[in-house]
Design a protein around this ligand. Structure first.
Ligand SMILES: [Zn+2]
Length: 136
């Protein structure tokens, strides 16, 4: 019995499992990063968490509209990332629109990398037109 052959095929199976995991979206724990979900006049953020797929990291979440959902929820999601020093803030926006009385559609925001530990990520829904910079 060749033990090394058995070990090699075991490693092969292990490698296969790891690479196939990379093809599906997985939840990512961003250590020391605080995600604050902020309620606005148009809606509140029902959920927000970091995910990873084969293209990299993204923030995924959903919005709960403030009014009973008779009209489509229009607008966008604003994301403000404040670094561990508390001084620098980077803002991002992503379009988000939810049809009335439908299952909440998630929003997605791509990140080049996860925020550093100690960062605060604030997320809110904004009913206005899309814009540059941090506007609440
Ligand atoms: Zn905005």
């Amino acid at each position: 019995m060749d033990i090394s052959l058995g070990l090699r095929s075991l490693l092969f199976v292990g490698g296969f499992v790891i690479s196939s995991c990379a093809l599906i979206d997985t939840y990512v724990d961003a250590p020391g990063v605080d995600i604050e979900r902020i309620a606005t006049t148009t809606g509140s953020i029902a959920s927000a968490s970091f995910m990873e797929d084969r293209y990299g990291f993204y923030l995924r979440g959903s919005v709960r509209p403030r009014s009973i959902n008779k009209i489509p929820l229009s607008g966008h999601i604003d994301i403000a990332i404040t670094g561990p020093d508390g001084a620098s803030t980077k803002c991002m926006t992503t379009r988000h629109r939810n049809p009335p009385r439908k299952v909440r559609r998630p929003f997605f925001v791509r990140f080049e990398k996860l925020p550093e530990p100690g960062s605060v990520v604030r997320v809110w829904h904004h009913g206005g037109a899309i814009h540059n910079g941090c506007v609440t």
